[in-house]
Design a protein around this ligand. Structure first.
Ligand SMILES: Cc1cc2nc3c(=O)[nH]c(=O)nc-3n(C[C@H](O)[C@H](O)[C@H](O)COP(=O)(O)O)c2cc1C
Length: 339
């Protein structure tokens, strides 16, 4: 594991060596993956919606993670959907609270309905917002950190889809809590750029899909290592439920529905069921199912352990900092120094 290179509001809030967070991954972010992120000096979040209707299976996964982390705190990810209603989450929140989980990533809709219970139980809560507007309003709540997702993100990038290079500096100006940027973040150069733009850390999804500790079939992960930057599509735009996924058979069928102006979910259902995606991860048949991924998958060109990915990112960040320093004419301690 590399020595710490950064000391930010995020490394301090999470008590981690590197400002590297691995966001929730439906079906994929399990105890083994999350523990690998924690043991490599970052943070990960077991995704509770990978255990639909089965909070006891989620509890067992949380317990397994605790063992694998050898006492170090870890996180869980809770997706909030206005349509499904917060009551659906109650049994999962019961697990988070009774198992003493320290960190929670909330995503999707506002976490207001579950925040009180989480904070009362002593959880540190980071809300991951799909737009800058949502992020700006959620900071009024009792959340400890805010993550903002940009248009490049794999999964659900929201409907505004600002590019990270525009959104991150705006977020830094408007968010007055520890700030994480998500979407496209995948190399040490991104990490340095994110910090330069005013963030305190990055959150990754697509870059991590090729980690050894991701349980998905080897054929799927090998496929990811061969992809270029054009390998993803945004579908379900007409439903205003933008989903950035691998460009495969199912994605092309969904894109055709978008093009024909479909505004009901039913025609998408045969391509979009979560079970189809789980089956694809299990069998390695990556042509079927809407498989979340963003263009930063182009940087995921080797299957290796989470720790080796983090080491690579930190080495790249050190090199990027060095390059930046070499490009500066004279040392600048602070903005006033330029006056
Ligand atoms: C395969 C996959 C599954 C995801 N599942 C979830 C999820 O269940 N909940 C969630 O909040 N975010 C989910 N995300 C989003 C990530 O946590 C993260 O915000 C996003 O991947 C960051 O953008 P990037 O892919 O460019 O790194 C998923 C992303 C991917 C690639």
């Amino acid at each position: 594991m590399r020595d710490a290179l950064f000391d930010t509001a995020i490394t301090r809030l999470f008590g981690i060596r590197h400002p590297l967070l691995c966001g929730g991954l439906h079906w994929l972010a399990d105890a083994r993956y999350v523990a690998a992120a924690v043991n490599a000096g970052g943070m990960g979040f077991i995704t509770c919606m990978s255990f639909p209707g089965d909070p006891q299976a989620f509890r067992r996964e949380v317990q397994r993670c605790r063992e694998l982390c050898q006492g170090k705190p870890f996180g869980v990810s809770v997706a909030i959907s206005r349509r499904a209603g917060p009551e659906r989450l109650d049994p999962f929140i019961d697990v988070v609270v009774s198992e003493g989980v320290r960190f929670v990533e909330t995503s999707g809709d506002s976490p207001a309905a579950i925040l009180g219970r989480l904070k009362q139980a002593g959880c540190i809560v980071m809300h991951k917002a799909p737009t800058l507007k949502h992020a700006t309003s959620v900071q009024q709540l009792d959340v400890d950190a805010v993550a903002v997702v940009a248009g490049e993100a794999g999964g659900h990038p929201g409907t505004v889809m600002l590019p990270q290079i525009i959104q991150a500096p705006l977020a830094a100006d408007r968010i007055h809590k520890p700030l994480i940027v998500a979407g496209g973040m995948s190399t040490g150069r991104h990490l340095v750029a994110a910090i330069a733009m005013g963030a305190d850390g990055v959150l990754m999804g697509s870059r991590m899909l090729v980690a050894d500790e991701i349980w998905a079939h080897a054929a799927y992960k090998k496929h990811l290592t061969t992809l270029d930057e054009h390998a993803t599509l945004v579908v379900m735009k007409t439903l205003r439920a933008n989903h950035r996924v691998l460009a495969n058979e199912s994605a092309r069928a969904a894109a055709d529905l978008d093009d024909s102006g479909v505004t009901q979910f039913e025609p998408y259902a045969p391509h979009a069921s979560g079970e189809l995606a789980r089956e694809a991860y299990r069998t390695g048949n990556f042509e079927r199912g809407l498989l979340s991924a963003g263009p930063s998958v182009v940087f995921a060109n080797e299957v290796k352990p989470v720790e080796a990915i983090f080491d690579q990112i930190i080495d790249e960040a050190a090199e990027a900092l060095h390059r930046t320093t070499r490009a500066v004419v004279r040392p600048v301690a602070a903005r006033e120094a330029c006056a």
